[in-house]
Design a protein around this ligand. Structure first.
Ligand SMILES: Cc1cc2nc3c(=O)[nH]c(=O)nc-3n(C[C@H](O)[C@H](O)[C@H](O)COP(=O)(O)OP(=O)(O)OC[C@H]3O[C@@H](n4cnc5c(N)ncnc54)[C@H](O)[C@@H]3O)c2cc1C
Ligand SMILES: Cc1cc2nc3c(=O)[nH]c(=O)nc-3n(C[C@H](O)[C@H](O)[C@H](O)COP(=O)(O)O)c2cc1C
Length: 644
């Protein structure tokens, strides 16, 4: 048993008695029904997390007014018709022993769907940094209407049985837009100095308090710093915080940044240390005497316990960690911390999937997330003898899921170690968590009784002799070797040889290929002191700056003076130079003492056909099917196991 005396201690906030100080912060899921009502998927998702035992769950953004809906399926709190669904949502959390708060939200200008329809409103008609479209200015009458709507929605939450509400004053939504000089250039009493710009937030809190009564807890979520050039600072926020508490906030949830802040800092990528934002919670505590929640890359309950013990915060929120492993608090309490599946902060299945409009919430490393209603509980109706070829993310996930459902699983890996591409993906700066996740998966798979044969390449004959009932092919993609004059010269190697340490970085390298592998290899080399020129035939890198890791990667390469040449083709490699073709002109890069090929992978086409002719059911998954990302590999691994 591991008690963690600070994290696992109770706390009373007004009428609400929390059994511990671990908070699940609000996370939009896109699981709601199209009309904004609570769906079965919402309930199943929340129930799964409530079972994990946080003291407080703050549910996802819920719109207080139709003019502030961020996405069509955002949960609604702007009409009484939403109350029955919200009641069910509160019930699932409370039945599991958690307290639950509803997050009250108005998107303001940060609603692509309303922006496109010309209906988004904001303090001033200033272009959204996230979506690049301009809202219209909210009228003074509408301001009063929205303030009243926050109060009415808070009352609905109370009627639905919630233990508290949280006013969403963070992340660049309407309340932050009023607070920010960058978005608020009105000419009335809601703009001008900071005190005036906070008036809207103050009036919202006063109205919420008026409607819910004195004893009902009200949390205020704030971006304690705007984290944007010329945006408001921590000190600015400190100057208005006492007034916000006076207006009705019983709890401050100390988040940071906006969705327009560079590098996706609100759900920070791996470049940020676990708990990196706790100092801002401490700054809040310096000026208010209500409890404060720290948030930002907490995965480890021990760190959370320390933050509370140091007096930096009273509670700690674990966001993406609840997506990666809803049972992590239980595992900690039971003295099994090594079993916690730690979030790798990749953002693929969660925040970036939602922002890029790719679908409902998922988690790249936990295939159950967002699929709770269809996740098979097992054991499977028919138990099968299954062989899995390849122990990368796809094969390991398939093995984990198949073993969990009771199948007899044998996993073959041709290399000495499992992990597949993760063994290389964890080498560039800030990516160690990818390797840790690979080790976690391998450990779990072994613990579940899967037989793993490493150093064993599966061949056709082996499969025939073993007589499996099904074979899952997860051998990864095949490296592409481009046809370039001089490709066979000794100065040429590939990205995998560099990342594995097989080939030592030299002083001047040309990386051929500007996809993720090329960019990360350039990052790795730059970190070792190599002067890198990266050559890519496409007009721009497929690594998008809109993703948080992509932004950080581009920024790092720029800061390290790495030369990125797009729209450029490598024509020829010589002993100490590379000839490129750019804009119709040939140029010679020299001196060059290393050429690193990173032009990607292609699908495997050598297996499925053979197995089919032998009558063994085979499923091809992950990069072997089509080189993509981890999320596709794990998704297909899980689906393959579920379909056996
Ligand atoms: C440097 C680098 C950085 C990356 N960064 C990211 C990232 O940040 N985010 C992201 O989403 N993706 C990233 N990727 C891509 C990601 O790692 C892959 O998409 C993912 O690993 C694919 O998983 P997989 O299991 O399908 O294949 P792989 O990971 O390639 O695993 C296949 C396994 O099969 C084994 N194998 C092959 N043939 C046989 C055989 N005949 N018998 C037995 N075993 C066999 C291989 O040895 C290997 O271990 C990165 C890749 C690299 C190289
Ligand atoms: C998928 C996803 C959806 C989110 N939706 C919300 C939301 O509805 N309201 C909110 O205030 N914050 C939202 N956030 C931010 C989280 O509450 C949290 O502050 C952030 O992820 C940082 O915490 P973490 O590092 O522990 O994940 C969301 C984050 C993610 C990953």
């Amino acid at each position: 048993m591991n008690h963690l005396p600070n994290l696992f201690s109770p706390l009373k906030i007004k009428t609400m008695e929390l059994s511990n100080r671990a908070v699940m912060p609000p996370m939009g899921t896109n699981l709601g029904n199209a009309d904004g009502t609570v769906s079965e998927a919402n309930l199943a998702y929340l129930k799964r997390r409530a079972r994990g035992g946080p003291g407080l769950i703050i549910t996802e953004i819920s719109a207080v007014h139709p003019s502030g809906v961020a996405i069509n399926s955002e949960l609604g709190a702007y009409d009484d018709r939403f109350i029955p669904g919200l009641k069910k949502l509160a019930d699932v959390a409370q039945t599991a022993g958690c307290k639950v708060a509803l997050q009250l939200h108005h998107a303001g200008r940060e609603s692509l769907y309303l922006l496109k329809e010309g209906k988004a409103i904001a303090p001033s008609p200033i272009r959204s940094l996230v979506f690049g479209l301009t809202p219209r200015e909210i009228t003074r009458d509408e301001i009063q209407e929205i303030i009243a709507a926050f109060g009415a929605a808070a009352l609905r939450a109370r009627e639905a049985g919630f233990d508290a509400v949280e006013v969403h004053g963070a992340h660049g939504y309407l309340l932050t837009q009023f607070l920010s000089i960058l978005c608020n250039q009105r000419e009335d009493e809601y703009s001008g100095n900071l005190s005036n710009r906070s008036r809207f937030m103050v009036e919202v809190l006063q109205e919420v308090r008026r409607r819910v009564g004195r004893d009902f807890p009200v949390s205020l979520r704030l971006s304690v710093e705007e984290c944007i050039k010329e945006g408001y600072s921590v000190e600015d926020m400190q100057s208005i915080l006492p007034n916000l508490v006076k207006a009705g906030a019983d709890l401050i949830h100390a988040s940071l940044g906006t969705h327009g802040s560079p590098g996706g800092i609100t759900s920070a990528p791996g470049e940020y240390e676990p708990g990196f934002n706790a100092w801002r919670a401490k700054k809040v505590k310096e000026v208010v005497d209500v409890p404060v929640i720290a948030v930002g890359r907490f995965s480890d309950p021990v760190l959370a316990d320390e933050v509370i013990s140091r007096g930096e915060a009273d509670l700690v929120a674990f966001g993406r960690q609840f997506l990666a492993d809803p049972d992590f608090l239980i595992k900690m309490r039971e003295g099994r911390p090594q079993e916690i599946r730690k979030c790798i902060a990749c953002n693929q299945g969660c925040i970036e999937r939602l922002i890029l409009g790719e679908g409902k919430i998922r988690c790249a490393i936990n295939p159950e997330t967002g699929q709770e209603t269809v996740y098979p509980q097992g054991p499977a109706a028919v138990l099968r003898k299954v062989w899995i070829v390849g122990a990368g993310p796809a094969g390991l996930t398939a093995a984990y899921e198949a073993a969990r459902l009771g199948h007899e699983v044998t996993l073959f890996e041709k290399e000495e170690k499992s992990g597949g591409q993760l063994r290389f993906a964890c080498q560039p700066p800030f990516k160690t968590s990818y390797g840790e996740w690979g080790n976690w998966l391998t450990f779990q798979v072994k613990k579940m009784g899967v037989t793993i044969h490493t150093n064993k390449a599966v061949t056709d004959g082996l499969i025939e002799g073993g007589n499996p009932e099904a074979v899952i092919l997860a051998m990864g993609g095949e490296k592409i070797i481009p046809e370039i004059e001089g490709i066979g010269l000794p100065l040429v190697c590939d990205a995998w040889q560099i990342l594995s340490g097989e080939v030592v970085p030299q002083a001047n390298a040309v990386v051929v290929g500007g996809g993720l592998i090329g960019m990360e290899t350039a990052d790795f080399l730059s970190q070792k002191g190599t002067q890198v020129t990266l050559v890519e035939t496409l007009k721009r890198s497929p690594v998008l700056k809109i993703t948080s890791h992509g932004y950080m990667l581009h920024t790092r390469l720029r800061d390290k003076n790495c030369k990125l040449l797009f729209n450029t083709v490598v024509k020829r490699i010589a002993e100490s130079s590379v000839t490129i073709l750019s804009g119709g002109e040939e140029q010679t890069l020299s001196p060059v003492d290393q050429v690193v090929i990173a032009v990607g992978l292609k699908p495997r086409d050598d297996w499925q056909h053979i197995l089919q002719t032998k009558g063994i059911r085979c499923i091809i998954i992950g990069d072997a099917r089509q080189p993509r990302r981890i999320i596709e590999a794990t998704e297909e691994g899980a689906q393959a196991a579920w379909s056996l």
